[in-house]
Design a protein around this ligand. Structure first.
Ligand code: ADP
Length: 283
């Protein structure tokens, strides 16, 4: 298990050129051990830049990325070790599948780590279980699987490297509701059980609201909010001004309250809404 934090991080692309672009402006974020943190923001807000910093794919222009309180760039030669500890799944990772079988694909990372055959097999089986992959498909071609299943195979390839921190960039995008629930519900629940610090990047609050301990809202390269989901959604009017939306249920609860119906406006899921509305009706 590990913790990560970003201290006074700024990232400027193409510095000293007329194309210079400040993608992150003095960001401070903590990702404590074992917590599930969501990073939300609309396109261009700096989410992918932030994700690429976390496992040392890019170096900050200023500031520090601390992994277990140690600056990951202190010794640039050791950055490979950081990439093993912080597993990053890019958007649409299933496009990078190439193995003839699901097993071969998931094995690629651990094989590169120089583990024994036995360790590789154990890691691959554990990662498949973690990601909810049916053992029956392990010897099938990944290309025979559905989009959601292929994505789980791709994520399992990262989990098989046994990272202590898992970063998932838009893990649910483009999937139907069942696929989304399988990825977010399944993988995130397993992360929580195993104590893997997990960072989920998304442009949709609604998708990740119920799975995360905290939400960091990014806007134009700055951190706008950083709090528990319910406290973040209480700012739903400000969120809307920057092109983000709270869960639909938040709007419904506020609309009911405005009409004088005393419901709990902090309800964000359907079951919480049902509960507070039922209580109000009983009164
Ligand atoms: P998001 O993931 O939220 O869409 P990004 O981190 O991709 O945001 O981008 C943040 C800003 O940095 C955007 O204005 C984007 O155009 C710019 N940017 C991202 N990557 C590069 C790059 N490699 N070179 C120049 N500008 C970039």
């Amino acid at each position: 298990m590990s913790s990560l934090s970003l201290k006074n991080i700024s990232v400027v692309y193409n510095e000293n050129s007329s194309f210079s672009k400040k993608a992150l402006d003095n960001i401070n974020v903590d990702f404590p051990e074992g917590k599930i943190i969501g990073i939300i923001g609309k396109t261009g807000s700096g989410k992918s830049t932030l994700a690429s910093l976390l496992n040392g794919l890019i170096q900050p222009t200023s500031g520090q990325v601390l992994l277990d309180n140690k600056d990951i760039w202190e010794d640039p030669k050791k950055i490979r070790d950081v990439r093993f500890k912080v597993g990053l799944s890019f958007q649409y990772p299933e496009y990078q599948l190439f193995g003839e079988t699901v097993r071969e694909d998931i094995s690629f990372g651990p094989k590169n780590m120089g583990l024994s055959e036995k360790e590789i097999a154990e890691r691959v089986n554990a990662a498949a279980l973690f990601c909810g992959i049916d053992p029956k498909v392990m010897n099938n071609s990944p290309f025979e699987l559905s989009g959601g299943q292929r994505r789980r195979v791709a994520i399992a390839g990262i989990v098989a490297m046994d990272p202590s921190i898992l970063v998932l960039d838009e893990p649910a995008s483009g999937l139907d509701p069942v696929g989304r629930e399988e990825i977010l519900g399944g993988i995130v629940r397993n992360s929580k059980e195993r104590g893997t610090t997990t960072i989920i990047i998304s442009h949709s609050m609604e998708d990740i609201a119920k799975y995360v301990d905290r939400i960091v809202v990014m806007n134009k390269g700055s951190k706008m909010l950083d709090d528990e989901p319910k406290k973040v959604f209480a700012h739903y009017e400000e969120l809307e001004k920057v092109g983000l939306a709270a869960p639909q249920v938040t709007y419904m609860m506020h609309a009911l309250a405005e009409k004088g119906i005393p419901v709990n406006t902090q309800a964000t899921t359907i079951s919480e809404a049902v509960e507070t509305i039922t209580q109000t009706l009983k009164k």
